[in-house]
Design a protein around this ligand. Structure first.
Ligand SMILES: [Zn+2]
Length: 249
């Protein structure tokens, strides 16, 4: 048994690393001090977490100077990581991954002369049935139709739950592909617009957007009162919002 050895290795690991954080140009960089000789900089997928490993003995200000010098590269790298992970250019060919309800699925394109359709296989594959001469745009269109139908079915029961919890009632909702917002609420018409891209996000994200938009029926602006409504009904909403904001729409 090397139980003792393992424990001492574990304690050694805790003692031999130390974390600090830098905030440069609004980007949080985690700095891990370790028993190493050089400074290493990495940007990790999926959330473009910026991480520096630095030798134990060097002052944080030296790491800061190092990071400032690399900011151009860091900005570029973050963009690449986020784009690859979230949006990226897709050709709708077999082997690509596509998001659905917060999970990554691999696409299988299956040629068929029947009506184009999409089918989920377990939680790993999305089968996309199209004619063999279908263009990228047409394939994308079939996927979008699938996403739209899924979101259209997913939202009503959720809206009902939040209507009851908040004691509000909406008139109708609509789904649209939007560039920069997840949803909007027309308070006067009691109408909510949801971004089609929402169906790619996890259930808790969708939940938060429904709560957020419905809460606007109680409070129009994002003031303290609005936030207190969110706090009351979803104490973790700030984390969920961060998750949503990492998505480049
Ligand atoms: Zn809002």
């Amino acid at each position: 048994m090397n139980y003792g050895g393992r424990v001492s290795a574990f304690i050694n690991k805790i003692w031999s690393t130390r974390m600090e954080y830098l905030n440069i140009e609004g980007i949080v960089i985690e700095v891990e001090f370790k028993r190493i000789k050089n400074i290493y900089l990495r940007v990790y997928p999926p959330n473009a977490r910026v991480h520096i490993s630095a030798p134990k003995g060097i002052p944080i200000d030296r790491v800061r100077v190092f990071a400032i010098d690399k900011m151009d590269w860091i900005h570029k790298r973050i963009k690449v990581v986020l784009e690859t992970e979230n949006k990226s250019f897709r050709e709708f060919v077999s082997g690509e991954f596509h998001w659905f309800r917060g999970k990554k699925y691999f696409l299988n394109v299956i040629y068929s002369n029947h009506k184009p359709r999409v089918e989920l296989v377990g939680d790993e594959f999305i089968n996309l049935y199209v004619k063999d001469n279908a263009t990228v745009k047409q394939r994308e269109g079939v996927m979008r139709e699938f996403y739209r139908n899924e979101l259209k079915c997913y939202l009503p029961p959720l809206i009902e739950v939040w209507e009851e919890r908040l004691s509000v009632k909406i008139d109708c909702f609509d789904i649209r592909l939007m560039k920069s917002i997840w949803g909007s609420c027309n308070v006067r018409r009691r109408k909510i617009m949801f971004n089609l891209e929402l169906i790619k996000k996890s259930d808790v994200c969708i939940d938060y957007i429904v709560l957020h938009e419905l809460a606007h029926l109680l409070e129009r602006s994002h003031n303290a009162r609005f936030k207190s409504i969110l706090d009351k009904h979803m104490p973790s909403w700030r984390n969920v919002k961060d998750e949503l904001n990492k998505f480049v729409g």
